[in-house]
Design a protein around this ligand. Sequence first.
Ligand code: DX5
Length: 221
Amino acid sequence: MVEIVPSILSADFTRLGEQVRDVEAAGARRIQIDVMDGHFVPNITMGPMVVEAVRGCTSAILEAHLMITNPQEYIETFAQAGADVIIVHQEVSPHLHKTLKQIKAAGKQAGVAINPSTPVFMLQDMLPFCDLILIMTINPGFGGQLFIPETLPKIETLHRMLRQRDLKCDIEVDGGINAETIPQVVRAGANLLVAGSAVYNNKESVAQTMEKLRHAIPDNA
Ligand code: DX5
């Protein structure tokens, strides 16, 4: 099933609880929390305290997208904070197999993210250990960027790799996802669509933006 996954990066942090409840009321079953350390990406955002706070506001599946160096040092912290899915970046995980096992041992779903410059083949040996692969469709660090169309073949390649090996793994995309780009990424094979500025930062209500994005999902998806 194809789902919109709101990212709270673009939410109004002066009323974060309300904004989380708004997207859940608008039908979101998963919410992504963008953790950034100012090292792996040129921005500093939020940490386990925000995951814990959001955990208290919603029963939605919480994804902690760790855009941080040494993510293996923080798995237990984010697991205890209430994340259901922990996503680490391949680029900062030289012992990725060990880190994925660590996430599973913490009782959480394991995800791996790759930046636009990282070939999807870098993940081919780790696919059996992943519940989710996140293909960044922008260079991580900030919301509101333009979608990078050259990432579309990566989605198609990953979809083909998973199907050929009969592996069950979600394909998630993140960055510049909106009503215009949703048909492209879904047709390429993505089923989890992270959207921040297309959900928040609008004159429309969250209910209206979520409906608009859901409406952009091709019927035969
Ligand atoms: C960037 C963040 C963003 C955010 C969604 O590192 O990960 O991709 O979640 O951003 P937009 O506003 O492009 O949907």
